[in-house]
Design a protein around this ligand. Structure first.
Ligand code: FRU
Length: 485
């Protein structure tokens, strides 16, 4: 019998809300408590549904529930009751990550039932489970659970995060697992989502590509853990990346190229994707990182999801990630629109003190004399978050050493010089997402400013740079909290 769904955390008064200076304005977060991976992304009966790993009774990771939000436009979200609560024999220690499909009008969630064999040693025996709903709100766990009751021979009890999709007449499921410290992805097939046949492994680490592969996706996205840092790459504790390859659906063989990191910022993990009715592949990720500081915990919540991003495959064989078109709906009013200004040293826009901003800035990189140039966000007396392009090294750099409290660190990534550098930036109260050159490089990081916001600053060092255009919008606070319930 599942534990009763107690949403005692839903009573937060207005005073507490105003004290929440880092509570995000237009990102998905839990009402309160902890959140990690996005789960079960799907468009069902016209609405977009996003579930997420959630512990509602504290600001740290605990027995995982599935939180739930839905939206008609990918921008404005509404909380729904918690969809999955752990406590049955097969998911007694948590309802871990998984995916969603629609089958005969039902919204079906396929997730991992987590059971500890030895909690101290983090030894688990994980199984795969099913829960269904007719209205997309109330879910019933299937009486056949667990639908995959044990891990395959080339795996281990770390066997999780099922991703299910339909292909021809069958359902296919991949899950992440590990054996002898080699992360891998295994494949199953079913005709009814309840009885699954094991088809074998389809991809695995070549030794340096992670000891555990979590949250595998149907297409190319994989989220391995434990890759050693290499120059500027793989600097995060856990990495998210993808292989582009060819899947042979008769031999179930996946031949692929090398591993590419998907986002070069500090806080991007456990990405999931789904295809919507326009054929777009849309991704959400957890906008945090395991074991990193989360100063928002003092405000009674922890964790958020990234903005929805559209994935496309570019001619160079790499994935481009751009904010979905609908996000333009967030624009409330244009605060600034300037063209052709030479930046020499610093130029601060003191009018740009809103906490929720969208910024499009473009620089001419052809005749530039400067050594580097860029944009500083959330500029305070001593604080700033720096996004900088190093012309000599041809690198984009996100520096949050002076961003505020809690977290720090620099991330940098190669971005070959072209005629223009275009930065499309979404700034929220405690996050920044930078899409460079139409998604060629993306950097996502959490920041925790504490000082009075004095605006946005453009800068160039050791020479001028021509800023060709700068457009800035104030964005809407979507009010994803209890006031709207
Ligand atoms: C990834 C992950 C998943 C797991 C979930 C548990 O961040 O470790 O592998 O299902 O989080 O909350």
């Amino acid at each position: 019998m599942a534990l009763e769904n107690q949403q005692t955390n839903t009573k937060v008064d207005n005073e507490t809300q105003t004290a929440k200076r880092w509570r995000l304005g237009y990102h998905i977060m839990a009402p309160s408590g902890w959140i990690n991976d996005p789960n079960g992304l799907i468009q069902y009966k016209g609405n977009y549904h996003v579930f997420f790993q959630h512990y509602p009774y504290g600001v740290e990771w605990g027995p995982m529930h599935w939180g739930h939000v839905a939206s008609h436009d990918l921008v404005h979200w509404k909380y729904y009751p918690i969809a999955l609560v752990p406590g049955d024999t097969y998911d007694r220690d948590g309802c871990f990550s998984g995916s969603a499909v629609e089958d005969e009008g039902e919204l079906c969630l396929i997730y991992t039932g987590h059971r500890y064999l030895d909690k101290e040693k983090s030894l688990a025996d994980q199984v795969q489970c099913l829960a269904v709903s007719r209205d997309g709100i109330q879910f019933t766990k299937d009486s056949n659970n667990p639908v995959i009751a044990s891990y395959p021979e080339e795996g281990s009890g770390d066997f999780r995060d099922p991703k299910v999709w339909r292909h021809n007449d069958f359902w296919y499921l991949i899950a992440g697992t590990t054996k002898n410290h080699i992360g891998k992805v295994v494949l199953y097939r079913s005709s009814d989502l309840r009885t699954w046949t094991y088809l074998g492994g389809i991809a695995q680490s070549e030794g340096n590509q992670g000891y555990m592969w979590e949250c595998p996706d149907f297409f190319e996205l994989k989220s391995p853990q434990g890759i050693e840092p290499e120059d500027d790459c793989y600097q995060n504790l856990h990495q998210t990346g993808y292989f582009v390859g060819h899947f042979d659906d008769e031999c179930f063989d996946f031949s692929h190229g090398s591993f590419n990191e998907l986002d070069k910022g500090h806080d991007f993990y456990a990405v999931q994707t789904f295809q919507d009715d326009q054929g777009r592949r849309i991704a959400f990720a957890w906008m945090d990182m395991w074991e990193s500081l989360m100063p928002e915990q003092e405000e009674g919540w922890a964790g958020a999801l990234t903005l929805p991003r559209e994935l496309t495959l570019a001619a160079d064989g790499k994935i481009r990630m751009t904010p979905v078109e609908e996000l333009k709906k967030l624009r409330k009013n244009k605060l600034l629109s300037v063209e052709n200004e030479y930046i020499s040293g610093e130029k601060t826009y003191h009018e740009l003190t809103d906490e929720l901003l969208e910024i499009e800035v473009e620089f001419d990189t052809t005749l530039v004399e400067a050594f580097d140039f860029g944009i500083n966000l959330r500029v305070g007396e001593t604080e700033e978050t720096v996004i900088r392009y190093d012309l000599k090294e041809e690198k984009l750099i996100l520096d949050r050493t002076k961003s505020g409290t809690g977290v720090g660190g620099v991330r940098q990534t190669a971005l070959p010089k072209s005629e223009r550098l275009r930065l499309h930036i979404y700034l929220d109260r405690s996050s920044v997402e930078v899409f460079a050159n139409d998604g060629e490089t993306v950097m996502t990081s959490r920041i925790y400013p504490t000082e009075k916001n004095e605006g946005v600053r453009l800068f160039s060092n050791e020479g001028d740079v021509r800023m060709t255009r700068l457009n800035v919008w104030r964005l809407e606070n979507i009010g994803l909290n209890f006031e709207n319930k």
